[in-house]
Design a protein around this ligand. Structure first.
Ligand SMILES: Nc1ncnc2c1ncn2[C@@H]1O[C@H](COP(=O)(O)OP(=O)(O)OP(=O)(O)O)[C@@H](O)[C@H]1O
Ligand SMILES: [Mg+2]
Length: 270
């Protein structure tokens, strides 16, 4: 049975002067892999200092969108600005300087299996500073303490549980004192108590470091707990943005279907 869904138009996420915007501007980003158009004229504004949660079904392009922000992937069309710099036009040195503003907790933590946790965490410092090995290790220990992993320095990733790996990934994400942290599914696959501890940690880092956080998740209790604002990605575009309170009360049929976890609705079942 075909049902018509009364879907409101996407929110206006464009600014007249992206180069003057205090935060991140994603404008008209389009990206295909082979015949599949994953991002399709995607617009999104991320304000400095906020925690924005990006929700959307599996395979909609959330990880792809995060990777575009730091130019780990490049768009076929469209542009991205970070604090006024157009990311796609940056030469290598300014690109590296821009990336140093970011911490990235990759989906699955992405630790190097053959390196100890301290080595994994200290890698960026080894590459980007002239710090001594002792100073790098001390900073790694400091970050481990911040994520509640005291004493894990000499362990290998394979010796850690899933939740500990996420925390080690988080320690690595904050080692360079980033202004922005990209979290790709920080709580997926963790038990509810570990998830909540990770959420507390994200909130704590926000308070301690004053970072701007961009969190991809489909864990709705986490999204409501940590987010200031949510944005929903569907069919390659941001179809909704709103504060957490607006998400709770919206009648937007895609958002309602998603947050209520129903198979019936405009997003379809598969
Ligand atoms: N490097 C790549 N090469 C080819 N296809 C890719 C690549 N990266 C992503 N894709 C494709 O882009 C689409 C979106 O992937 P993405 O990982 O962004 O989804 P997602 O929204 O993060 O999903 P999930 O919630 O499962 O993590 C998928 O169809 C995926 O196969
Ligand atoms: Mg993903």
């Amino acid at each position: 049975m075909q049902q018509d869904w009364d879907i409101p138009p996407p929110p206006d996420q464009r600014v007249a002067s992206p180069a003057a915007f205090n935060g991140i501007v994603v404008e008209g980003v389009t990206r295909s892999f082979g015949p599949k158009k994953v991002l399709d004229n995607c617009d999104l504004l991320i304000h400095k200092g906020e925690t924005i949660v990006i929700i959307g079904r599996s395979g909609e392009g959330k990880s792809v969108l995060l990777k575009h922000i730091v130019r780990l992937l490049e768009p076929d069309a469209g542009r991205i600005w970070v604090e006024g710099s157009e990311v796609g036009t940056l030469e290598l040195d300014p690109l590296m300087a821009m990336r140093r503003k970011f911490g990235f907790l990759f989906q699955g933590a992405a630790l190097f299996d053959s390196m100890t946790i301290a080595k994994n965490i200290g890698l960026a410092l080894e590459e980007h500073t002239d710090w001594t090995a002792a100073k790098i290790r001390a900073r790694a220990s400091e970050c481990l303490a911040q994520v509640g992993l005291v004493g894990a320095e000499d362990k290998l990733p394979s010796e850690l549980s899933g939740g500990m790996k996420k925390r080690a990934g988080l320690a690595r994400a904050i080692v360079m004192e980033p202004q922005y942290i990209l979290y790709d599914e920080p709580t997926t696959g963790l038990d509810p108590i570990t998830s909540d501890a990770i959420n507390d940690l994200i909130i704590q880092l926000q308070k301690d470091l004053g970072v701007t956080s961009i969190v991809v998740t489909h864990d709705m209790p986490s999204a409501f707990k940590i987010g200031d604002r949510m944005a929903m990605l569907s069919r390659g575009r941001i179809v909704f943005t709103g504060t957490v309170d607006e998400v709770r009360t919206t009648s937007h049929p895609m958002v309602r279907q998603f947050i209520e976890g129903r198979s019936q609705g405009p997003l379809g079942a598969f």
